[in-house]
Ligand binder design. Sequence first.
Ligand SMILES: [Cu+2]
Length: 108
Amino acid sequence: MRKFGFISALLLMGVLAWGCGKAEASTTIAVDTMICGMCVTTLETAFNGVDGVKIATADLDAKTVLVAFDDSKISVAAIEDVIVAAGYSANNKMANPMAYDNLAACCK
Ligand SMILES: [Cu+2]
């Protein structure tokens, strides 16, 4: 799992380097309410199809989600809102309570 995270980080750096000169940015969002592997899956899949997001990698040990994005298409606040809508806290924003209720039992 750690190794996978490391490889993901390398991949992410590669994507960022490759995208140099475009409107590429990255942010690390604190997700304190992430507690298990299922949270990682839920958080990463929450970004599927989100316009402007290149890669989202959740790190369970660090309780963070690293997101590479195009800042001409999506803001950090909108990225936080994706996590909030998935039922998790994001930086200083509280989780959406209805989404939190719908999380698997192991995730709360
Ligand atoms: Cu979980």
